[in-house]
Structures are given as structure tokens and as C-alpha cells.
Design a protein around this ligand. Structure first.
Ligand code: KE4
Length: 434
């Protein structure tokens, strides 16, 4: 938990946080929720509706976390809720084939033509872990390239950050990850094609796959530079490595067809999470049929999961994507996001605060800096202290931002003009108090 004394947090939130601190590491179910990146205590949220959260003390916040991406329609969308509640009444889980899996699967493949086959799992971590095993099994190679600041879930092989320098073997960035497990994880700076070319040349014939967030959201929002994704595609093709787009966050969020549709670059495999489940636990990996057919039981590469394809989760994901696919819906959310990013930046500059606002589809980034960073090293050079103070002041003024400068903000269909005005009013007040 962060520093005590955050005046925004009411007594009931404090009481819940105290009990949780005695039960869960850091008092939370996932580290970022503990507010360690910004200080203070998190409000304990008991209700969410539309763009609003209400905590256990009855305090209301405009939500820009959006469950870290899934709630792109806002909380409690009537079409999603009606279908989910009806599905629950027909049974929660059977562990057998259901009509709900092919219904969602066909919708996903219709939105992303590169996904000829897919497999549902229950988290983005599981999707990325399975995609790596598939890439290694299909190519007979073991090494993998990832990028500083990109996050592909907490499977051991991905918990590697660059050691000293940029072009180096991964060094574990968590105790419990044996060095040998990340010895084959090669780490390079984002948006640097020369660094990737050098890795492929140095490890010729040994690299199974390159994993990339085709729009980075785990070091703050950092879009791919012009030509970057095309360059990665060409290098992977040239060197016989699989290009894996981790679209857990960008999928259906930066474009209804994901970053691969937005940028026109086709990966060999794609991983999904978040929006694909509409807030219920769904992940997926998919891509070329010749690769996916190597997954058990069709092929020898093993992956399994008790709750995979949960019909209720399938239903939440299906209705979320159906509504998102309606003409004008995605465009409306993207337009709101772009307007908000622009207004946040211009109002900060008017207040004499250096800030850059950017948006990619329905993902938003606000940097306290003169220029938008293009990689993790530059992101770390932005005014992180100012973000910490700003986060606390925005919370005090009723806007719940992701509690870290290294996260993207998530806008939803429920963020209407009135909600946007509430955000900007809080923004102007917070800027005065920094
Ligand atoms: P999950 O296992 O958390 O469902 O997905 C892992 C993952 C994989 N790939 C990308 C691009 C991701 O953004 C994520 C998870 N994102 C974080 C938010 N930065 C989840 C929030 C959390 O860890 O609590």
C-alpha cells in the first residue's frame, strides 16, 4: 500500500484496506492496484455503472481505469448485463463444448482475418505463455525477443528486463525466475529497428518469436513509430521467426480489428485479453491455422484450462464486441478519447505545465513532458513526481486515474460530454494545486 494520509480515502475504505493488508500481499489481488506508484491508499469500490465508480464510503469517481481496458462500453451496459444474467440462469460452467465458444470465436475471426484459428484461455498471461510455447514448438527454436517496457503477463520467460545496456540477454526482473529461464529472452528498446536487426544477426537461426505490444500501454501510452511494425514484420519474415502481436490491451481498443487493422501489419500469432471478455476472465491466442493446428489435441503442443471458454464469460465478450462493432460506436469512443487527450494537454499548457496528450483509438496517454516519449528510457525522464501529485489531486476531485505514470488511460462509450467536462473541471483544479 502507498503512503498513509491520502485525505480522499474515507473511513470504510481504510477499514477494508486494513483487513485486506492482513490477508493479501500488499492488500490487493494485483500489484498495481495498491497505489505504490502514486502513494496514498486506494478507494475500495463497491459499485460501477456507466463511467462512474462508487466507493464503500459513497464517494463517486469518474473511471479512467476501466478495469485496465475491458470495460470499453462502460460498466453495466444493458445489452451485456441482460445477456450475461440470462446465460448464468442456464448454467455457469460445464467443462464441455458449448454454443457460446464458437459464437465468440467466429466474431473474433471475422474482426481479425489473421486469426484463422484460436484457443480461449482465462487471462492475457496465459495467452502469451501459450503463444510462446507454440512458437518454440513450431519453430524448434527457443530464443524470444521482447521490448523494454512491454508487458506480456507474468509468465517466467517474459519477466526479463534488459540487463546493463540495451542489447543483452534478459536478466530476471523478479526473484523466483531462474536465470536460465530468461537466458533466451532478448530485450531491446521499443521503436528501435536497428537494435532488433542486431539481435537477429547475433542470434541467427535461434529466435523463435518476437513479441511486441503494437501500441505500448504498459510504460504509459507509446505508439509505434512510423514504419516500426512493418520493419518488425520484415525482419521476422527474413529470419524465420514468428511475429506475435500482443493485443491483450490494443485488441478491439485501438481499432475494432486491433492494432493489426489500424497499422495494416499482419502478425503470425495474436494474443488477446481484456475487451475480449467484456470484464469476465477471458484470454485467447490465435493466428495462422498451420501453427494453431499444432496445439493439443489437434497437435502435440500442450495447453489446457479448466475454465477456458466459460460460457458466461464468452457471452460477456460476445455482446461487448457486438455492440462495439455497430456502426459509429468505436468511432464515437475514439473521438471522445482524442478530444479529451487534446483538451488535457492544452489546458495544462495554459496553466503553464508542460504536458503532451495523445490517443490511439480509445487509449489515452498524458505525459508531463515537453515531448511524448518513444521508449521506456524517455518515459522515465518525464516528470513522474508531478504525475504522482496530479493523480492524488484528481482522485480528490473525483476522477480515478490508473495509479501509475506507466499505464494508459481507458475511455469508454459511457464517457459522454458531461463526463468529459467533469474530468476537465477536475483537471483544471488539480493543475492549480500541483
Ligand atoms: P492479464 O494476465 O493481466 O490478463 O494480462 C497480462 C497482459 C498481457 N499483455 C498486455 C499487453 C497487458 O497489458 C497485460 C496486462 N495489463 C495490465 C495493465 N497494465 C493488467 C493490470 C494488472 O496487472 O493488474
Amino acid at each position: 500500500m502507498g503512503e498513509p494520509g491520502n485525505e480522499t480515502i474515507g473511513p470504510r475504505s481504510r477499514a477494508y484496506n486494513k483487513v485486506s493488508a492482513g490477508l493479501f500481499p500488499g492488500g490487493v489481488s494485483s500489484p498495481v492496484r495498491a497505489f505504490g506508484g502514486v502513494g496514498g491508499e486506494p478507494p475500495v469500490i463497491r459499485k460501477a455503472q456507466g463511467a462512474l465508480l462508487t466507493d464503500v464510503d459513497g464517494r463517486e469517481y469518474v473511471d479512467l481505469v476501466g478495469a485496465w481496458g475491458p470495460m470499453i462500453l462502460g460498466h453495466g451496459h444493458p445489452i451485456v448485463m441482460r445477456a450475461v444474467l440470462a446465460r448464468i440462469r442456464r448454467g455457469i460452467m460445464t467443462g464441455t463444448p458449448s454454443p457460446d465458444e464458437p459464437r465468440l470465436g467466429r466474431l473474433v475471426t471475422s474482426l481479425l482475418p489473421s486469426v484463422e484459428r484460436l484457443r480461449f484461455v482465462v487471462s492475457g498471461t496465459e495467452a502469451c505463455m501459450a503463444a510462446l510455447r507454440l512458437a518454440r514448438g513450431a519453430t524448434g527454436r527457443t530464443k524470444v525477443i521482447k521490448f523494454e517496457g512491454c508487458y506480456h503477463g507474468h509468465a517466467d520467460a517474459f519477466l526479463a528486463s534488459a540487463g546493463s545496456g540495451a542489447l543483452t540477454f534478459g536478466a530476471p526482473d523478479s526473484p523466483g525466475v531462474p536465470p536460465e529461464v530468461v537466458a533466451g529472452t532478448l530485450v531491446a528498446p521499443y521503436n528501435d529497428l536497428a537494435a532488433v536487426r542486431a539481435l537477429f544477426e547475433e542470434h541467427a537461426g535461434e529466435i523463435a518469436a518476437l513479441f511486441v505490444e503494437p501500441g505500448a500501454g504498459n510504460m504509459g501510452l507509446i505508439p509505434p513509430a512510423d514504419g516500426y511494425l512493418e520493419g518488425l514484420r520484415a525482419l521476422c519474415t527474413e529470419h524465420g521467426a514468428l511475429l506475435v502481436f500482443d493485443e491483450v490491451m490494443t485488441g478491439f481498443r485501438v481499432h475494432r480489428g486491433g492494432a493489426q487493422a489500424l497499422y495494416g501489419v499482419t502478425p503470425d500469432l495474436t494474443t488477446f485479453g481484456k475487451v475480449i471478455g467484456g470484464g469476465l476472465p477471458v484470454g485467447a491466442y490465435g493466428g495462422r491455422a498451420d501453427l494453431m493446428e499444432q496445439i493439443a489435441p489437434a497437435g502435440p503442443i500442450y495447453q489446457a484450462g479448466t475454465l477456458a471458454g466459460n460460457p458466461v464469460a464468452m457471452t460477456a465478450g460476445h455482446r461487448t464486441l457486438k455492440v462495439l462493432s455497430r456502426d459509429g460506436v468505436f468511432e464515437q469512443i475514439a473521438a471522445t478519447t482524442a478530444h479529451l487527450a487534446e483538451a488535457l494537454a492544452t489546458q495544462a499548457q495554459a496553466a503553464g505545465v508542460a504536458a503532451v496528450g495523445l490517443s490511439v483509438g480509445a487509449m489515452l496517454g498524458l505525459w508531463f513532458a515537453e515531448r511524448a516519449p518513444t521508449n521506456l528510457a524517455e518515459a522515465k525522464q518525464t516528470d513522474l513526481g508531478r504525475f504522482r501529485r496530479y493523480h492524488g489531486r484528481m482522485l480528490a476531485h473525483g476522477v480515478h486515474l490508473p495509479p501509475s505514470p506507466f499505464e494508459a488511460w481507458f475511455v469508454s462509450l459511457a464517457h459522454d460530454e458531461a463526463i468529459v467536462e467533469r474530468i476537465l473541471t477536475a483537471h483544471r483544479a488539480a493543475l492549480r494545486e500541483l
